[in-house]
Design a binder for this molecule. Structure first.
Ligand code: GDP
Ligand code: IMO
Ligand code: MG
Length: 442
């Protein structure tokens, strides 16, 4: 019998909503923290006093030594990056040992996946489109798309468990490298042919180093549930980047909404009780794709500077815009959000008037309050706004929601009304402690 219900933390915009900080905060009330999707394209920051951590593959619960962290089967793992991340954490005194488990069924990002990712992006950037400009997605070039592509192709894929059998790995890589060398050449990559034996030796070595962490996490997670342990799922990337439900094709290659949890962990839907949707008080997006509320003026520049909106993974400046509640309401709907964490509210201090997008005007003049999860059609939509008065006061030292300036409280109240969901947490600064929680929230 299972006697615990799991919590999911998921981004409701285009990423970087502050999921890392909220996962770290909720870890103390859970036992097992589980990543179910994405890979090292994610960059989750946790700030504890003067210490700042950027997590990419390791779940953001790792700073709590008494909790277990699991990289589920739905994640794509770059073994060398993972080892580097583990070493980096250990060098800072963070315990990483039997508290980190990696699914033997997670797929492996190989060096040729990163070359494919870059070559495809360069090719697409060179190809122009009259309709939507650059066709490049603006990926993180971490090999995410090509690795999930191989997962779907099947015969060209390598899984984490394969790294533990050197002879089998070599045999597989001989065929894969012969094919991939030809494909890379066709994409214009000037490089010597891939050497399967060298790659096999290199990745078998990485596999040996990871061996203590590699296991069948599906049984492990079911056992944890049966034992009454509380699970916390950590979404990477975000709902509007979901391969099926995001602004396709300007998305990532996994189901990053909560819909990815069952497939990416092997746990049935009914185990997920609480879904906390994370939403910035404004919008950001990295890379290409439509962004109806984008701000290309001094207000946007001010938000980017105050919010330090530069990528945790790639360092790229993030595009900034007004809060798009059409998009967030849609993301909450597909994720089954039960509550909201509104982060980075402090960044809006000093903006005289705030805008909230509540609808889109379509090219034929009609308006809609429904999101358009298709890049080409969304490009034609113009945001329809409500305007609210801003506040001047800094709010980083606020200790509860009641202590916020009137207009900040009105902004939150209006968001709750439009979304029809309670805001359970409000972020007023990057530190773990700068989070206001509604009384009675678990
Ligand atoms: P994630 O990918 O969703 O985990 O988000 P990132 O860590 O990539 O980006 C969020 C950024 O905002 C990080 O630099 C966080 O330290 C920071 N942050 C999180 N919450 C708050 C907040 O409430 N206020 C401010 N000012 N910064 C925050
Ligand atoms: P976290 O977990 C912001 C974006 C990339 C690009 C698109 C596809 O930190 O919120 P990919 O490398 O995945 O093929 O890139 O998706 N992207 C993210 N943007 N935060 C992320 O993760 C992202 N993960 C992917 O910028 O536009
Ligand atoms: Mg991030």
């Amino acid at each position: 019998m299972q006697n615990s219900i799991a919590t999911a933390v998921v981004g409701l915009q285009w990423g970087d909503e502050g999921k890392g900080k909220i996962v770290d905060l909720l870890t103390s009330r859970h036992d097992v923290i589980v990543r179910y999707n994405g890979g090292a394209n994610a960059g989750h920051s946790v700030q504890v006093g003067a210490e700042r951590y950027a997590l990419h593959l390791v779940p953001s619960g790792i700073l709590h030594p008494d909790k277990s962290c699991v990289i589920g089967n739905g994640v794509v793992v770059d073994p060398e990056k993972l080892l580097q991340e583990i070493e980096g954490l250990r060098a800072r005194g963070v315990k990483v040992g039997s508290n980190l488990l990696v699914s033997d069924r997670a797929h492996v990002v190989m060096p040729y996946h990163k070359e494919q990712d870059a070559a495809l992006e360069d090719f697409m950037a060179g190809a122009t489109s009259d309709q939507s400009g650059s066709l490049a997605i603006g990926t993180t070039r971490r090999g995410i798309g090509p690795t999930y592509g191989d997962k779907v192709h099947r015969t060209t894929a390598i899984r984490v468990g394969d790294l533990l059998d050197a002879a089998y790995l070599r045999e597989r890589l001989r065929v894969i490298c012969s094919l991939r060398t030809r494909e890379l050449k066709a994409l214009g990559v000037q490089a010597p042919p891939l050497d399967p034996d060298a790659l096999a030796a290199r990745f078998a070595e990485a596999g040996e180093k990871l061996r203590p962490h590699i296991t069948d996490t599906v049984y492990g997670l079911h056992d944890a549930l049966k034992a009454g342990r509380r699970l916390l799922f950590e979404g990477a990337n975000a709902s509007l980047l979901d391969i099926d439900h995001g602004t396709y094709p300007y998305v990532t290659s996994s189901n990053c909404s909560t819909l990815g949890i069952p497939a990416g962990t092997g746990l049935p839907m009914r185990n997920i009780g609480r879904v906390l949707g994370i939403m910035k008080a404004y919008s950001t997006r990295v890379g290409g794709g439509p962004f109806p509320t984008e701000l290309l003026d001094a207000i946007g520049e001010g938000i980017r500077t105050r919010g330090r909106e530069f990528g945790t993974t790639t360092g790229r400046p993030r595009r900034v815009g007004w809060l798009d509640l059409v998009a967030v309401r849609y993301a909450s709907m597909i994720c089954g959000a039960t509550g909201i964490a509104c982060t980075l509210l402090d960044v809006l201090s000093g903006v005289d008037e705030l805008r909230i997008c509540t609808g889109y005007r379509l090219p034929d003049g009609r308006t809609t309050d429904r999101f358009i999860p298709d890049a080409h059609r969304l490009e034609g939509a113009a945001a329809v706004y409500e305007t609210l008065p801003g506040w001047r006061e800094p709010i980083r030292d606020a200790e509860d929601r009641e202590a916020l300036p009137d207009n900040a409280r009105r902004y939150l109240d209006r968001i709750e009304r439009i979304l029809g969901l309670p805001i359970e947490m409000v972020g007023v600064g990057p530190d773990r402690r700068q989070t206001l929680e509604a009384v009675g929230t678990a």
